[in-house]
Write a protein that binds this ligand. Sequence first.
Ligand code: GCU
Ligand code: CA
Length: 472
Amino acid sequence: MRTQIATLAAAGLVGAGLTVFAAGADAATTTHEAESATVTAGVVESNHAGFTGTGFVNTDNAVGSSVQWSPQAAAGTATLRFRFANGTAVNRPMRITVNGTEVSPALTFPGTGAWTTWQDATVTATLKAGANTIVAASTTATGGPNLDSLTVIDRATGGGTPVAVNGQLRVCGVKLCNQYGRPIQLRGMSTHGLQWYPNCVNNASLDALAGDWQADHLRLSMYIQEGGYETNPRQFTDRMHALIEQVSARGMYVIVDWHQLTPGDPHYNLERARTFFAEIAQRHGSKPNILYDVANEPNGTPWSRIKTYHEAIIPTIRAADPDAVILLGTHGWGSLGVSDGGSEADVINNPVNATNIMYTFHFYAGSHGTEYLNTLSRAADRIPVFVTEFGTQTASGDGANNFTRSQQYLDLMAQKKISWTNWNYSDDSRSGAVFNSGTCPGGPFAGTSRLKPAGVWIRDHLKSPADAFPTA
Ligand code: GCU
Ligand code: CA
């Protein structure tokens, strides 16, 4: 966020008591045996060992032979895990539908080596609350495999969360890839400055963000100046530890945002950054869901100098968290240089000397038109880019929304799988804060009753289209 909001400095708000969220006691995945499901053109058998329950379904070797389950689930993204055996050497694809909607035209059920050797095939899908109709139907004349069971790992169980599905991320070429090496797009929210709006990040708001909003990640925006980290490093670091645990408990990715802004030269805060990131990486480096955002919006500083900051801070993080993706702020307030009279070529021609890194891009659709849009589009073909902050209004985070321009950005980012993060999940009075003033800390944070127009719009775009992360 580039605009100073000095009038809102509210000393003393930081460090309010926090209860660390514990995963629900009812967390459990449910397995549904095929032999108890509805079988069309197939028979229940038990002549090949290794099945669970009392048997398995031998689907007829014909197009359309199928098994239909009707599991109860929580609303949201879930992983569907089919246990199967295929004693042939040939794939036995099945079409998977959920409540009549196709989630996979031909899920792969490869040969397992023997009819007694059972494996899993998984696909992600959006489930509704209550009963869901899940059908696996053979798509070729060779029929499906022998089907043992369906396990539904839904969001209520913690199993179908973005982190459970995607695991440790890494940069592959110019994309962000999941644990299966497949490119993904993360869509999430940023907090406002934690020194100003700590009351908007609590168990209820995080439950809503993960469940009702279907966010994949939360960026924890920790300012350094303006009443932020520098005023009490111990307290801010402890708060970050607690928030990382709370977000992680809900299966979302965390972007740890070192929100330097004024002064614009990140070297000004390098020693502070080393202290902070060393401790964060040490404590959380073994988690699969941490991304480090090491310089929010460098400005008034040439790229060549920002690059030397990145090359100074990266080793501090790598020492304790060698495999994390590190996000690197670009010149011109994260505009890949455009707002400082530069361009993405400055970065492309002088890249940071490190691997598993992405460059950040920020935009505000009310201020930043085609020049910025085209910059993002061009850059994303050449270097890994992660949009760690954007708004649908002007660069102040306030003013009229431009949803038409915002949609152009979202379409581009969907097409190129550029991850994005919307500013901001707070009840600040400005138009870019999703909640009406006074919503925090009590909520409600789910639904639309407390949302400003930008909040309604962005929540819609987080929920739809639903995540469809590749799992193979
Ligand atoms: C064999 C095997 C069955 C299997 C069938 C098939 O008959 O015993 O369990 O379903 O091959 O090819 O589909
Ligand atoms: Ca068969």
